[in-house]
Write a protein that binds this ligand. Sequence first.
Ligand code: PLP
Length: 387
Amino acid sequence: MPPEPRDIIRLSSPHMSGHEMKYVIDAMERNQVFPLGQNVADFEEAICTYTGATACSCLSSGTAAIHLALIILGVKPGDEVLCSTFTFAASANPIVYLHAIPVFIDSEPSTWNMDPKLLRQAIEERIRKTGKKPKLILLVHLYGMPADMEGIIAVSKEFDIPILEDAAEALGSTYDGKHCGTYGEMGVYSFNGNKIITTSGGGALVSANESLCSQATFLATQARDEAPHYQHSKIGYNYRMSNICAGIGLGQMEILEERVAKRRENNSFYRDAFQNVEGLTFLTEPSRRYYPNYWLTTILINPVETGITHEELYHQLKQQHIEARPLWKPMHLQPIFALYPSYANGVSESLFNKGLCLPSGSLMTDSQREYVAETILNTITKGNCRQ
Ligand SMILES: *Cc1c(COP(=O)(O)O)cnc(C)c1O
């Protein structure tokens, strides 16, 4: 049965467990309505327990987490940061906040994430051209698909350049059984409203090195030295997570594993529904080492075989109250980043030119999922008849 006419099927909606209020009310009753409190401490501990990270600092957003990580890992004005080009702008913006230089690296076809071979070439060429080694690798696990960690780590070790993982979309994804976000020097998670779990807005930095996370907490609370008279020897930020938001996060942690399972099940559903359709293909984990959370299910549309372009399909779905979204427009093709160096191989551009994200939220009902699949199949059939 199709859903109510104006009931839009969203790309990725917040989905409460029902236990969030308990933690929020508890904070209210104890008058812990500030950025430091028991919920923040407990949320940090829960993130460490879940991911296997040693330390965690909860912050106001994933973007703030990337900003602080870049500072802590020593990125200075003029330094080059090797950044995945196929990502959301929030990965790259903080590099520019620091007057450092993003150097964009294109994707490999198998994971859609940073191509280790291209990364290696880029590093060699940057050293030749600038006489200076890039400072950091900012690696994104896009749509929850783990990057080729073996390949990336090998390059990182060869040139002794640390890795910062943007795992904003990859909480719950693992590679060789180890959580995305815990491979690099530091890792970033986001709890924005559209992510796999949410605090309405928030982020976290994790690390195996406790001192890196305590530096993040220090910088995020205005960099106050240990003195009663508000002494500062560093520039600080107001980036700490509120204790109320952390309460929501604690309620969400209770069901994170279920949310991962549901998103993965959505992905299998779409695969089954389109398995006999020529011209619709999926991003698939290259081997069993990869365990993606499938935060969003993505499809590639071949216009010759399906008779429809990804843009036409997007508009058709919109008319049927289904929210799809084109894939992220690569950073090296963005007007604001066009002048920065980039190492492109055409992979991300070609994905951008034929891909869509489908409604993938854990709140979706079976009948909503079926309605999305049917609408896509009908649209494609119509498209084919038109030829
Ligand atoms: C959402 C997202 C971010 C930013 O997180 P916010 O919490 O929204 O600031 C960064 N990188 C990627 C890849 C994201 O998807």
